[in-house]
Design a protein around this ligand. Structure first.
Ligand code: BGC
Length: 740
């Protein structure tokens, strides 16, 4: 190719940068030199993405189209698998069409930060778990969260994120709950949608996963979920519908499991009828890694791209099926169109990633801010918190490596820790199954906040020694954890490794005991009455220790509220034992015998289950304390506009932010024995201040899914409106009338 031709469409500097990097063997994702732009009308940025995609499609050969609907293999994810040329060493890669100026797609796992940075000597910010971030109920924070991920992906040379998990917490022991956004479809969908909007804001393609009802890891590749369509649409799929509506994602990743007899990646109902027709999803469906099971059935039933592409379903067999007419050419074009239009829409063609040094300071500050909004104060007897520096002359910190770091979640959401694992650092990246602590030391920041106090740490392995230290200290803070990761559920809600006994021992030795939880999701707390304080910090990310210290010492007034119900024990759950779990053994997912999982609880997930069953949980959904108090008054409802109005007052002596929640119980005709979360607002209030809150209720959140009519229906009648501080504390009541 003549030099001049190569230069067209690229600036001289970027051309030389690309050329130099190519000479050095460094992949230049998304930054390939574009050939003759004058002959490529689709490079006209003013045209709509769909039109640009169609213009490209017209030029493409059958082989080129086939190339785009499959990945190029497991690459770095699997030892011995070749890494395709152009791969940026992420989880997935699709080769672009150079002659048409269509860049490669380099996909990176990035649920809570960018994965696999270590192997390339890169840095990635670990954000709080998305479940934790959902506890902020703050859509701006969610957007910020996504923009941190997008910014760092771009700097590392990636042009697509494959985070965006929005599977609701139907199974509280699910190993991946930490990378999702809680049990309520409206909260989870809203938070995840805004997060993915943040990713997209950085010209990085975004994703929503794992579609659908992939609610547990036990037997995830063989489990056949049974759940009637009405309940499905009103629970799991509603979270996807909302997230997809907000984020307008480039991709939706179908999951490993089956739904009603068909794998989700070849499920006509889920993919064609619901996702593409009802949700009007314009992007492409990519399979979870290895979740494609056929060629013709998958393609006809809605799968657009096989990932990572080793299975060969979408290579030669797909080409042959198109040539034979088993798959219409128009369907293949639709698959490719969806990918191309998403690339144009996100800007990865016009504005490809530019490699830069990730800003670790900005990332850490953002992570800390999100953590401060995510940490939930669950118990605060005798106002033990915030800690008074004078009163806490000696503080014992016990357990969970609180001297060196904070825990992170594992699996494909694992982020590599700067400097390596804070506990037993080893060179290289994180290893699957090894718990990784990030170097954000609670000990260091507690010490900083109370320079006059004697602050000591003990690991908790010896309960007697821990109790002795607690006994001789003014305050004892016990850190307990629940490590969670992909491909494995927690067998029970109980904390592992005898940590309950550790809390018991410490609480018996010191009446001023505070427990700090680092958990992937809800856990049971048999010691709850024996301790004065409980703080849930989830997996808090790289700014976690500073955020925690700010909360413990009152520099930040906690405002977060639980996005999941905390049951008292496993017996309270719809499935007291995880379906498919074989006691005492964890069968590797690939070897699990197939089984049906009948979600008999239907849409009664989380707080809805507890309310319908009249059970009292340990901590209800939407619950969280503050160092101040709030009062609610004056609820009025405007029927015509579906507006709810009320006043929140800060009745205490500190400024704070109250998350005011609105729930609605549907008319009797809906036959629902629970209320639904329909709206909320974070209300920032100075001490003594009052603010009026007006919220409009989205009719979708009030609707029932009518299976016979295959659509949503807003029933006429009286809706009971409740506003307050949590799902079990709704001080204000009113009525919304929906006319026939
Ligand atoms: C996970 C996905 C992930 C993919 C690529 C799968 O095992 O379920 O969430 O994106 O691997 O790493």
């Amino acid at each position: 190719m003549p030099f001049r031709k190569l230069l067209q469409g690229v600036t001289i500097t970027s051309f030389f940068a690309v050329a130099t990097l190519t000479l050095l063997g460094v992949p230049t994702a998304g930054a390939q030199a574009g050939p003759d732009a004058s002959k490529m009308p689709w490079m006209n940025k003013t045209l709509p993405p769909d039109q640009r995609a169609d213009l490209v499609l017209k030029q493409m050969t059958l082989d080129e189209k086939i190339q785009m609907v499959r990945g190029a293999g497991w690459g770095v994810l699997r030892k011995g698998s070749p890494v395709p040329t152009g791969s940026n060493f992420g989880a997935g890669f699709m080769a672009g069409i150079d002659r048409l100026g269509i860049p490669d797609i380099n996909l990176a796992d990035s649920a809570v930060g960018v994965r696999m940075a270590a192997y390339q000597g890169r840095y990635a910010t670990l954000l709080p778990s998305t479940l934790g971030a959902a506890a902020s109920w703050d859509t701006e924070s969610a957007f910020l969260y996504g923009s941190v991920i997008g910014r760092e992906l771009r700097a590392q040379g990636f042009n697509m994120s494959i985070g965006g998990g929005v599977n609701i917490t139907r199974e509280p022991r699910n190993g991946r709950n930490f990378e999702y956004a809680g049990e309520d479809p409206v909260l989870a969908g809203t938070m995840t949608g805004n997060l993915e909007k943040g990713v997209f804001s950085q010209h990085v393609m975004n994703d929503i996963k794992h579609y659908a009802v992939n609610d547990q890891e036990t037997g995830r590749t063989v489990v056949n979920v049974l759940l009637d369509k009405k309940a499905l649409r009103e629970s799991d799929l509603l979270a996807f519908e909302i997230a997809i509506g907000i984020a307008d994602p480039s991709g939706v990743m179908c999951s490993y499991n089956l739904y009603e007899g068909d794998h989700t990646c070849e499920n006509d109902y889920l993919l064609n009828q619901v996702l593409k027709k009802d949700f009007k999803f314009k992007g492409w469906v990519l399979s979870d890694w290895g979740a494609t099971h056929s060629t013709v059935k998958a393609a006809l039933n809605g799968l657009d791209q096989d990932m990572p592409g080793d299975d060969n379903y979408f290579s030669e067999p797909l080409k042959k099926a198109v040539e034979d007419g088993q798959i219409p050419k128009a369907r293949l074009d639709d698959m490719v169109h969806r990918i191309l239009r998403s690339m144009f829409a996100a800007g990865v063609v016009d504005n490809p990633p530019v490699r830069s040094v990730v800003d670790p300071f900005k990332g850490r500050d953002d992570a800390q801010h999100i953590a401060e909004e995510s940490i939930v104060l669950l118990k605060n007897a005798d106002h033990i918190l915030p800690l008074q520096v004078a009163a806490a002359a000696s503080i014992a910190l016990i357990g969970s490596h609180a001297d060196v770091g904070v825990l992170s979640g594992g699996g494909s959401a694992q982020v590599d820790a700067p400097g390596g694992n804070a506990v037993n650092p080893q060179p290289g990246g994180s290893k699957w199954g090894v718990q990784v602590y990030f170097p954000s030391s609670p000990l260091k920041y507690v010490q900083k906040k109370s320079p006059q106090a004697s602050v000591q740490y003990i690991d908790g392995g010896d309960r007697g020694a821990a109790a002795n230290l607690a006994r001789s200290s003014g305050t004892a803070i016990v850190f307990v954890n629940q490590p969670m990761r992909e491909d494995r559920d927690a067998a029970t809600l109980s904390l592992p490794d005898d940590q309950d006994a550790l809390v018991d021992a410490v609480a018996a030795a010191n009446p001023n005991t505070i427990v700090v939880l680092e958990t992937g999701g809800p856990v049971s707390m048999p010691w709850i009455d024996k301790v004065k304080g409980v703080v849930e910090m989830w997996y808090p990310g790289i700014g976690g220790a500073q955020a925690l210290a700010n909360i413990l010492f009152g520099e930040v007034n906690p405002s977060a509220k639980l996005p999941v119900t905390f049951a008292k024990d496993d017996a309270q759950l719809p499935h007291p034992v995880i379906p498919g779990l074989v006691a005492g053994s964890s069968i590797p997912n690939g070897k699990h015998p197939p089984f049906d999982l009948d979600y008999t609880e239907g849409a009664e997930v989380g707080y809805k289950w507890f309310e319908a069953q009249n059970k009292q949980p340990l901590f209800p959904f939407g619950f969280g304390l503050s160092y101040t108090t709030y009062a609610y008054s004056g609820l009025t409802v405007d029927d015509a506009q579906r507006k709810v109005h009320f006043t929140v007052r800060n009745t205490g002596e500190r400024a704070g932010t109250e998350i005011a929640e609105i729930y609605v119980a549907l008319p009797a005709a809906a036959k629902e024995s629970y209320k639904r979360l329909v709206a909320w607002q974070r209300v920032k209030l100075a001490a003594g201040e009052s603010k009026d809150v007006t919220l409009t209720i989205d009719p979708l959140y009030l609707s029932v899914f009518d299976t016979a009519k295959d659509g949503w229906q807003l029933l006429p009648g009286e809706y009971k409106v409740m506003a307050g501080a949590s799902s079990s504390d709704t001080a204000l009541h009113g009525t919304l009338h929906i006319q026939p």
